[in-house]
Design a protein around this ligand. Structure first.
Ligand code: GDP
Length: 204
């Protein structure tokens, strides 16, 4: 099936975001969860930059994608969360805490700008780390803020059979929703992810 994909821009604020009314899906996840890899695997080319230094990206990257002659949509790739936490007790240094707060504010501003548009939301979680508090918190606000939302577990190729069953079970019980396992390396789950995106797009 033919896939079209292009990088549109990196948005720092609401005014940078597209205004042509196409469906939007916001991708959310911790730094290093594999978000860029999933985007590239979905569109079968390297539109997203992987393994950028964690914390460098303070912007929402906007991609326009279409598959098989279907209506195009925007993937709004939000900055990864959970990277700039100064270790507890490092307050004495003063500036790391201030820097952390500044980057947290920036992160929240772009997240608010994107979710004000009521996109569909896709939370990416690392299959190896079920039940992280940051992921639970993210899932809670995505469910509240997004029109429609779903969860994808990345890097599923890294788990053996037993581990994978246990991990998915834990995710599903903690997040109280079904979780789609995918791998950017083996391609597992990508067809299902396209279908999920199509569903979110039409009901979002
Ligand atoms: P991002 O920060 O969320 O955009 O994460 P990246 O896409 O840059 O991926 C972070 C790291 O995880 C990189 O070293 C990737 O090669 C690796 N990675 C991403 N997806 C997969 C996957 O499906 N399987 C495996 N084994 N590694 C992955």
């Amino acid at each position: 099936m033919k896939i079209e994909a292009s990088f549109i821009l990196s948005a720092a604020s609401a005014s940078d975001l597209p205004r042509d009314g196409l469906a939007e899906i916001a991708l959310v996840g911790r730094s290093n969860v594999g978000k860029s890899s999933v985007i590239n695997a979905l569109v079968r080319r390297r539109v997203a930059r992987t393994s950028a230094a964690p914390g460098k990206t303070r912007l929402a990257n906007v991609y326009r994608v279409a598959r098989g002659g279907g209506a195009p949509l925007y993937l709004l790739d939000l900055p990864g969360y959970g990277y700039a936490r100064a270790p507890k007790g490092s307050r004495s240094a003063g500036s790391p805490e201030a820097a952390r707060r500044a980057s947290q504010n920036e992160f929240e501003a772009i997240v608010r700008a994107v979710f004000a548009r009521q996109p569909a939301g896709l939370l990416l979680v690392d299959a190896r780390h079920p039940g992280l508090e940051t992921d639970r918190a993210a899932w809670q606000w995505i469910r509240e803020a997004a029109g429609e939302a779903a969860v994808v577990a990345t890097k599923i190729d890294k788990l053996g059979r037993g581990e994978r069953i246990r991990a998915l079970r834990t995710f599903e019980s903690v997040l109280e929703t079904s979780v789609l396992p995918v791998s950017a390396v083996t391609g597992e789950g990508l067809e299902e992810l396209w279908k999920l995106i199509d569903r979110l797009k039409t009901s979002g």
